[in-house]
Ligand binder design. Structure first.
Ligand code: C5P
Length: 409
């Protein structure tokens, strides 16, 4: 991988200490890191520690003659392959949204060309984050193509709790790698479906299921981390959009199918969504009234499109099509039948219980799972592991199959 220039802007938040780790991790993977500290950032981490870790000077001042002659401030953005603002305070977010350029960091952000990827990692008190003005600013930045990673929810340094914590350095690193499309799957595109679908009965009621989207979202993130250009098509879930993926939100199977078709062709398709097999034939325009003493009106169901089967049989069939299968009995045998019926290459089969031995944890919403990987020639039982680990292992297998020369790199 050629050396990349990463410009890191550290603004004034307690999370700034995590950015030191980010510098270390970026250097470790061979990146050149230039760091700009705002006046607030300098209160939390010193230029000395930043330059010791980055191996270059820390830039703090717009008007430093020495910095300007050695490295003009516009050059700092022009030479950057990507810019990451971590932590991004409410103040710097607001300034960037309005185009204010009153210090080195905000000036650089205003001077950044559209084709330079920019990632913000917001970190602030929960009330500041939830304030509508911050949310409006975030939406403005997103609309201009700036990617957001986090904030995460948890305990805050100020003693309060809620959304506002900066994402961990490891998460930021993955998001940055995904944004830059580096990794062995670079140049390949992937579509991932995730979550449940909701099929409306009337404007307030629907048929749905318990899928959490954890496995599908983890797969989309793992594919993006390895450099694939990922479109994630997801039903309603309470998970954040994974960094570095183009995420499309849908509700019904029909909408999922349309979004998948719009994103085709692709090299890899992973159907992890729990698509409702049936939908009400008619969805009422008004809420269906309960009439005293009368039985409820029957709901007639009709079959939904099978997205996985349609992808497998499409003219532009992806190189690799992967489905999921949830079974309550004869897991492997039924999954294999399903693999052939749907025409996909691999199936990841899981039981309704996340733990194959104890049968006590329902898999819906669980963080771990026990699965079989079933291919045309093979069936393997994978020991219980987290859904993130399953995603990473499955993506490693995809790399082995699609990019054997990159495997083991
Ligand atoms: O038929 P069953 O729902 O068990 O199949 C599971 C697999 O098929 C999953 O990969 C799921 O995402 C996919 N599927 C689909 N469209 C449907 C039903 C299932 O893509 N309508």
């Amino acid at each position: 991988m050629p050396q990349r220039n990463i410009l890191l802007i550290v603004s004034g938040g307690i999370a700034a200490y995590k950015s030191l780790d980010l510098i270390r991790n970026l250097r470790k993977q061979g990146d050149c890191v230039r760091v700009v500290l705002t006046a607030g950032g300098e209160k939390f981490v010193t230029p000395l520690s930043v330059s010791a870790l980055s191996g270059t000077a820390a830039y703090t001042d717009m008007w430093s003659l020495k910095d300007e002659t050695e490295m003009g401030h516009i050059r700092l953005t022009r030479e950057a392959d990507a810019i990451i603002v971590a932590p991004a305070t409410a103040n710097l977010i607001a300034k960037t949204a309005c185009g204010i350029a009153d210090d080195l960091a905000s000036t650089l952000l205003l001077a950044t060309r559209k084709d330079t990827p920019v990632l913000f990692a917001p970190a602030m008190n929960t009330a500041m984050w939830e304030n509508p003005v911050t949310q409006e600013n975030i939406e403005k930045l997103k609309a201009r193509g700036i990617r957001m990673i986090g904030p995460e929810t948890g305990d805050m340094a100020c003693g309060e709790s809620g959304p506002g914590r900066m994402s961990e350095p490891e998460t930021l690193l993955k998001a940055l790698n995904a944004l830059l499309g580096s990794g062995p799957l670079r140049g390949l595109s992937a579509i991932v479906t995730s979550g449940p679908t909701f099929e409306p009965i009337d404007p307030v009621r629907f048929i749905g299921n318990r899928a959490s989207g954890k496995q599908g979202h983890a797969l989309a993130a793992a594919l993006a981390t390895q450099g694939a250009a990922v479109t994630l098509v997801t039903g309603p879930v309470s998970l954040p959009d994974p960094a570095g993926c183009a995420t499309v939100h849908i509700e019904t199977a029909a909408e999922m199918k349309n979004a998948v078709c719009a994103a085709m062709p692709c090299d890899i398709a992973v159907c992890a969504a729990a698509v409702a097999d049936w939908r009400p034939e008619h969805s009422a325009n008004q809420k269906i009234k309960k009439t005293e003493g009368e039985p409820p009106a029957p709901v007639t169901l009709t079959e939904n499109p099978d997205i996985l089967a349609e992808i497998s049989r499409s003219k532009n069939r992806p190189k690799l099509v992967i489905g999921f299968s949830l079974e309550t009995q004869d897991l492997v045998e039924n999954a294999n039948i399903k693999r052939r019926r749907k025409g996909c290459d691999w199936i990841l089969a899981n039981s309704v219980h996340a733990n194959a031995d104890t049968n006590d944890t329902p898999v819906f919403g669980a963080d771990s799972n026990t699965v079989y990987l079933i291919t045309e020639t093979n069936q393997e039982l994978w020991p219980e592991m987290s859904k993130t680990k399953i995603a990473e292992a499955l993506v490693a297998r995809m790399i082995k199959t699609l990019r054997p020369q990159a495997d083991g790199a």
